[in-house]
Design a protein around this ligand. Structure first.
Ligand code: GDP
Ligand code: MG
Length: 180
């Protein structure tokens, strides 16, 4: 029996304000980067067609926050029906890294997913283009965190220089498809 899957993959991006969530989304969807995105501008989500195999595509909806993450007050509509949750920190901001786990918990509390243990998350350590090594979060620390949370796929990215963004979103799409 064929299990027909819906072709819309809802992906949400969480993480502290300023880590580069909006920049990553624009880099992936539009292949653009700008120093400043107005927090209040824009739709609830951007979409991008993703190829699944030779004759199948899906529409990925990437949901971004409009700055409400500062108050941890994202509405239920934001979380509802998510197929993959992307957790972003800034490699030069240890606090944003420490908060990854709380963002994951926040998601699990609000999204009400049927099976939290197998829900697909992806962690992105963004701004790897910067040379701010003093403050930076080590890859080793990030790998340990990913392992402790059940081997969440981890990518070190740069929205600015377009490093690893496409491969990260390929993994995100893969996770979302499995969940979907
Ligand atoms: P958000 O609050 O998580 O949505 O973060 P934004 O996408 O608005 O980015 C916050 C700031 O970090 C902006 O000034 C961006 O230009 C900058 N930024 C975002 N991504 C990168 C990156 O990959 N490298 C560097 N160096 N800066 C970035
Ligand atoms: Mg933003």
């Amino acid at each position: 029996m064929s299990t027909r899957k819906k072709q819309i993959l809802k992906v949400i991006i969480l993480g502290d304000s300023g880590v580069g969530k909006t920049s990553l989304m624009h880099r992936y969807v539009n292949d653009k980067y700008s120093q400043q995105y107005k927090a209040t501008i824009g739709a609830d989500f951007l979409t991008k067609e993703v190829a699944i195999d030779n004759d199948t595509t899906a529409t990925m909806q990437v949901w971004d926050t409009a700055g409400q993450e500062r108050f941890q007050s994202l509405g239920v509509a934001f979380y509802r029906g998510a197929d993959c949750c992307v957790l972003v920190y800034d490699v030069t901001n240890p606090k944003s890294f420490e908060n990854i786990k709380s963002w994951r918990d926040e998601f699990l509390i609000h999204a009400n997913v049927s099976s939290p243990e197998t829900f697909p998350f992806v962690i992105l350590g963004n701004k790897v283009d910067t040379k701010d090594s003093k403050k930076s979060v080590t890859l080793k620390a990030a790998q340990e965190l990913s392992k402790s949370l059940g081997n969440i796929p981890l990518f070190q990215t740069s929205a600015k220089n377009s490093i690893n963004v496409d491969s990260a979103f390929e993994e995100i799409a893969r996770g979302a498809l499995e969940q979907n």
